[in-house]
Design a protein around this ligand. Structure first.
Ligand SMILES: Nc1ncnc2c1ncn2[C@@H]1O[C@H](COP(=O)(O)OP(=O)(O)OP(=O)(O)O)[C@@H](O)[C@H]1O
Length: 249
């Protein structure tokens, strides 16, 4: 079963001389229960890919399908509803609301969607991310790693079809980063979630089942790396774009 399918997705910013093609016809198909890392040089289109796939931005052309359902066109309200029901997102800078407790932050997607908040389930989720004793703390009373674990719980609380994570470990120390990566891994292994994560770090990417590479808004034609070691990922990154550079080198 396909959790996320992109077909010929294009996205450009600006116009005329200043136009930048951030995504230049990206197609991919990710199975339910897979963990995929997206890597590539700065400016290669990783965040744009994540935002288009998650419905935070609309592609100029091409199709995004989540669980076989096309991302709706038309009103922003329909897109927001689609996103709320099917997608979880983890940001690099946590994006928690400072005045809410860990529990309130984690259940916010349900509150916003007008769904019943199953408090016991939300507490179980926070216990699972190791925050059973921090339920009523506010973000400023939590460490960076703990904040990101609240954000992971928030991303999982609606049981979404796909969880997107944009550099989720970028602001964390090594130990907290490992904890967050292990949580994403276990969301896939234990709960059958589908995770797509942008990262610059080959060690973080090695937690994924496969790594896809972007260069200049296109997927690397050499294809994905499956079950890769951090060393294999770093080696591939070093040579990314070699084919495109061509003869003059
Ligand atoms: N809102 C925007 N307006 C104009 N150009 C943009 C905008 N967002 C992205 N771009 C451009 O699109 C290209 C892809 O950007 P994107 O942020 O997707 O890359 P990235 O691979 O995520 O980079 P990084 O690793 O540095 O975060 C870049 O050239 C960037 O400058």
């Amino acid at each position: 079963m396909s959790a996320l399918r992109l077909t010929g997705v294009r996205r450009a910013y600006g116009s005329g001389e200043a136009a930048v093609t951030a995504l230049d016809g990206v197609s991919l198909d990710l199975a339910t229960g897979s963990f995929t890392a997206v890597m590539g040089p700065s400016g290669s289109g990783k965040t744009t890919l994540l935002h288009c796939a998650a419905g935070l931005e609309r592609p100029d052309s091409g199709l995004v399908e989540v669980n076989g359902e096309p991302m709706p066109g038309g009103s922003e309200t329909r897109l927001t509803r689609f996103r709320r029901e099917r997608i979880g997102f983890v940001f690099q800078q946590y994006n928690l609301l400072p005045t809410l407790t860990a529990l309130q932050n984690a259940t916010l997607p349900l509150t916003l969607a007008g769904k019943r908040v199953d408090r016991a389930r939300a507490i179980a989720l926070l216990e699972e991310v190791g925050l059973g004793d921090r339920l009523h703390h506010r973000p400023d009373q939590l460490s960076g790693g703990q904040r990101q674990r609240v954000a992971v719980a928030r991303a999982l609380v609606t049981a979404p079809s796909v969880v997107f994570a944009d550099e989720p470990t970028g602001a964390l120390d090594t130990r907290s980063a490992r904890d967050v990566l292990a949580l994403l891994r276990s969301a896939v292994d234990r709960h059958g979630r589908t995770v797509v994560m942008v990262t610059h770090d080959p060690v973080a990417a090695s937690y994924a089942d496969s790594v896809i590479f972007l260069a200049d808004g296109r997927l690397d034609p050499a294809g994905e790396l499956r079950r890769p070691s951090a060393d294999a990922i770093a080696a591939r990154l070093a040579h990314l774009g070699d084919q495109a550079v061509g003869t003059g080198v």
